[in-house]
Design a protein around this ligand. Structure first.
Ligand SMILES: [Zn+2]
Length: 199
């Protein structure tokens, strides 16, 4: 990476003069009858309603780390020919995979503002990018997200694969989360109205 691309990356991530993630605009409210949302409304209800559950957020990654160390110890004993062990499993299965996950997430604020298509004429340069959506489990539908950040889903149509939203739907079916915020149809289809209007 040269100095210019680093500078461009920093510029992309610099604070913007326009709203980065905004709730429905005055136009949405006036023309589409969309209700303004309070700033505190969660995309999906989980922690706010049952705050005591959120104290245990570290349990799942801790359990993964312990399971990897345990699996490494078992493999070290039962299959020494593999040359693996508890620390190797921890470094690759936990530390490296977590760093890769972070960087996949960071691509949304950089690559998803550079490469892809723009369905909605948002006041930013966000784009929808199918391969970033697969890599980040749905975040790559980033132009959709900037159009209506209050929705729990980022793939607005069925063919826009959004694995995070499918996981939320599964959790909702089990009663673990609820109140998944939908995207109003008037917002979702607003690009069609804009095309018909000749904009
Ligand atoms: Zn963005």
């Amino acid at each position: 990476m040269n100095d210019r691309s680093i500078a461009e990356g920093l510029a992309l991530n610099a604070p913007r003069p326009l709203p980065y993630c905004s709730y429905p605009t005055a136009t949405d409210i006036a023309q589409h009858g969309v209700q303004p949302l309070p700033e505190t409304l969660p995309l999906v209800n989980f922690q706010r309603a049952r705050p005591h559950r959120s104290r245990w957020y570290a349990a799942v990654p801790a359990a993964l780390a312990l399971a990897l160390v345990g699996a490494g110890a078992v493999l070290d004993r039962t299959a020494p020919g593999l040359g693996t062990g508890p620390w190797q499993m921890l470094v690759w299965g936990f530390c490296v995979s977590t760093v890769v996950l972070w960087h996949a997430t960071f691509t949304i604020n950089s690559l998803a503002h550079r490469f892809g298509s723009r369905r909605y004429a948002t006041r930013d340069d966000s784009r929808n990018n199918s391969w970033l959506a697969l890599l980040t489990l749905g975040e790559g539908w980033h132009n959709n997200h900037h159009r209506y950040p209050a929705a729990a889903r980022q793939g607005f149509y069925w063919w826009e694969i959004d694995i995070s939203y499918l996981a939320l739907r599964a959790l909702a079916a089990l009663g673990i989360v609820w109140d998944l915020q939908p995207v109003p149809l008037a917002i979702r289809d607003s690009h069609r109205a804009a095309e018909r209007g000749g904009r």
